[in-house]
Design a protein around this ligand. Structure first.
Ligand code: ADP
Ligand code: MG
Length: 730
């Protein structure tokens, strides 16, 4: 990024650091006085300079880390509700802890949203002594935490946890039927680590809680049928490989084989099933999008490039992929409740975050969360050398040059970190390197702790580490002995990502705290980024040595990336238009549920509706009976409402073909349906109250998972196409 743009961001759009710099300066002046104290006072939050001076002294004494001025600057930006951009290795963990302590001393409860369980625990324990010195309690939650451990962790002033874990706890509380079983306190402050990943990349991911139901309908016939279809004849895949659709010829063939009419508005079931099967067949590839392990489909998380534990696709697609791989269908479950990551974060009245790459998403952070970016300067100037891309005509040309470069650089002992776009590519590259007698370490462990320890060693002499995007994030790479003299860590990207921000994250692994280092990306004119997003561009030829030097080459790469970024932003916007309404309805229902849980509102309503029946019930238990009846029907109706909305959304493009705005159509129907919801709860509750028939049976088993990108959306496709063609013209 040019200095000019940074300056601009420092002013209107970005956060002005001048007031924070003054505070940090004043804190410096007080260092001696505070340092002389035997016992540190609890600082007053009215005097931020004093707070900074005490926090610095406390961190020094308890952790042996004396916060740099820039770390205090970052902490102040966080404390004022901004997103602090601080490079990798600048010490965000400590900045975050100082800010969290500050919020806690203001009497606010803070949830520090970590990247994963391993980091939640590591950071909470690492920062523990500092918090203690500040008079602030701290805890953490992880996948394996028990109910009691969670309850304790959430009573602390500061609680660390992965976004999924905190989200699941919100959802689990959602089903509790007695006020004193609740563990999640009212949301106050969210402090988000790696904020761009969580707030932008994962924003659309729904966290889901499901309850036991029948296994999904297997659709082996459909899977077999689509296998016989031919691409280009029976079906087409769009440029971005996000959608697949039948051609008229394909539709005819399928209708003949199945003997049904596919486009019957009243019977959309077959078409949906067929689309799912086709999606599974044509758009999802084994070992790229998912792997099959122990007879189960395991998703590969696109942004993290590795197995996504506990993730699955929306049910229909999950079943379709299982059918494609001829696996037994897994339990389907009924969605009892769900919330997107964005919806989860937006529950907090106050949010802030930190990351190495925020400026590039400042528009989204502003638009979706009302957050501003504060660009914190590095402690030591960055001297990393970022080379221009090396561009080759084809993928094999690129791979050959890449292997050559790695072999050459590694011969000197210089450590190399290679970032690939997906797991399959990592493994492929590792094989090529092994054939050359090199010994690369591939990061695809499912275990975050193991990954962190591998990445921590990636800066040692002779190390060759192959890693996908997110792997091992949160751990900085220190240089081994003598590595500085070799030029520091050499970061090589095997292809540009769909966003320049992700490229920057990879580059940022080198050059921490003023270390020497270098980065370069190897690109081919046939990389997916280019063939998918700017398929019509005609690449220039290569020079005699195989490199494409014509500036059109670099232009095409940058252009493809901008198109991809635009498409992603449109998808994000559009999803949010759907989910915003749902999250809003969810909040309203929850408010009502809370009231039922904490007050006698259920008893009041039912006793007023049928006083005779009320009198007939035993006085000591009837209030609770009324509460349980209303809770049951409230939850039941919400689950049905969710299912209705899902169907509506999945079906709306089929029904709304040709109409202008499926989103408006969706909103209209969703609002209308919601209007009837509370009345329906009341009606059913009164019915159960008057005639207690079968017991109110709640799901016997519930489980939680994250859903990957919703693959449905012909309507997105329409928008995307427009964006793509508009950008292409421009
Ligand atoms: P980030 O999250 O910004 O990438 P971390 O919080 O993981 O960085 O810290 C990176 C490393 O810097 C850690 O090993 C930590 O011990 C070290 N560190 C942080 N603050 C300081 C400090 N003030 N002085 C010395 N080392 C520090
Ligand atoms: Mg970190």
């Amino acid at each position: 990024m040019s200095g000019f743009v940074r300056n601009l961001l420092d002013r209107p759009g970005g956060v002005n650091l001048t007031p924070y710099k003054k505070i940090v300066h004043a804190a410096g002046d007080r260092a001696q006085k505070v340092g002389a104290l035997d016992e540190l006072p609890e600082p007053s939050m009215d005097d931020l300079a004093e707070f900074c001076a005490v926090a610095r002294e406390a961190a020094d004494r308890t952790l042996g880390l004396r916060p740099f001025d820039v770390q205090l600057l970052g902490a102040l930006a966080l404390l004022h509700g901004h997103v602090a951009e601080m490079a990798t290795g600048e010490g965000k963990t400590l900045s975050g802890a100082i800010a969290a302590a500050g919020y806690a001393l203001q009497g606010k409860r803070v949830h520090v949203i970590s990247v994963n369980d391993y980091l939640a625990k590591r950071d909470a324990e690492w920062m523990g002594p500092f918090y203690e010195a500040m008079g602030v309690t701290v805890g953490w939650v992880g996948q394996n935490s028990t109910h009691e451990e969670r309850r304790d962790a959430y009573t602390c002033d500061v609680t660390y946890g992965a976004v999924s874990e905190i989200g699941f706890d919100v959802l689990r509380d959602r089903l509790r039927t007695s006020a004193d079983e609740l563990i999640m306190p009212a949301p106050e402050v969210a402090l988000v680590d790696e904020a761009d990943s969580v707030l932008v990349d994962e924003a659309r991911v729904p966290l889901v809680m499901a309850g036991a139901a029948d296994p999904a309908d297997a659709v082996p016939e459909m899977a077999a049928l689509v296998r016989t279809l031919v691409r280009g004849y029976h079906y087409e895949i769009d440029e971005q490989a996000r959608n697949v659709y039948l051609t008229p010829k394909g539709a005819d063939s399928v209708e003949n084989i199945l003997g049904v009419e596919l486009y019957d508005e009243n019977e959309p079931g077959t078409l949906i099933e067929l689309n799912l099967a086709l999606h599974a067949h044509a758009l999802l590839s084994r070992d790229v999008d998912y792997i099959v392990r122990d007879g189960k489909v395991q998703l590969i998380n696109a942004s993290r490039g590795r197995v996504a534990v506990l993730q699955r696709w929306p049910d229909g697609l999950q079943a379709a992929v299982e059918a494609k791989e001829a696996l037994a269908p897994t339990e389907k479950g009924e969605i009892l409740d769900s919330i997107t990551v964005q919806g989860l974060i937006k529950r907090y009245p106050q949010a802030c975050g930190m990351t190495g790459t925020a400026v590039a998403v400042s528009e989204q952070l502003g638009e979706f969360y009302g957050l501003k970016v504060a660009v914190i300067p590095p402690n030591q100037p960055c001297v990393r050398e970022d080379e221009p891309d090396r561009i080759y005509p084809t993928v094999p040309d690129k791979d050959a040059a890449l292997v050559e470069e790695i072999q050459e650089a590694s011969a000197t002992g210089r450590p190399i970190l290679i970032g690939t776009l997906d797991v399959a590519e990592s493994e492929n590259l590792a094989k090529l390197l092994q054939r050359r007698g090199l010994d690369p370490v591939v990061l695809n462990a499912k275990n975050d702790a193991e990954e962190a320890s591998i990445i921590a060693r990636a800066g040692e002499r002779g190390a060759i580490t192959v890693s996908t995007q997110m792997a091992g994030r949160g751990t900085d790479i220190r240089l081994g002995d003598g590595v500085k003299e070799l030029g520091g860590l050499y970061v090589i990207g095997s292809g540009r990502h769909a966003s320049s921000r992700l490229d920057d994250q990879l580059r940022g692994r080198a050059g921490r705290q003023g270390d020497p280092g270098a980065s370069v990306f190897f690109v081919s004119m046939k990389d997916e980024l280019i063939t998918q997003f700017v398929p019509d561009e005609r690449p220039p030829g290569a020079d005699a040595d195989g490199l494409v030097r014509h500036r059109r080459g670099a232009y095409i790469v940058g252009h493809a990336q901008r198109v991809a970024e635009g498409v992603n932003l449109q998808i994000h916007r559009n999803t949010w238009r759907y989910t915003r309404l749902l999250e809003h309805q969810r909040e309203l229902v929850l408010e009502w549920r809370d009231k039922v849980l904490h007050t006698s509102s259920a008893a009041d309503a039912l006793s007023a509706a049928d006083p005779e029946r009320w009198e007939a019930l035993p006085a000591d238990s009837r209030e609770e009976t009324a509460r349980q009846i209303v809770l049951y029907h409230l939850d039941r109706c919400w689950t049905e409402h969710l299912a209705f909305l899902t169907d509506l959304r999945e079906g709306i493009h089929l029904r709304a073909l040709g109409r202008m705005s499926p989103v408006d159509e969706f909103q209209r129907e969703a609002v209308a349906e919601y209007k009837g919801l509370l009345g329906e709860v009341e009606r059913r509750s009164l019915e159960s109250f008057e005639e207690p028939a079968a017991e109110l049976k709640r799901p016997t088993a519930t489980w939680t998972y994250m859903v990957q990108d919703n693959p449905f959306g012909t309507e997105w496709d329409r928008i995307l196409k427009r964006v793509t063609s508009a950008t292409r013209r421009g």
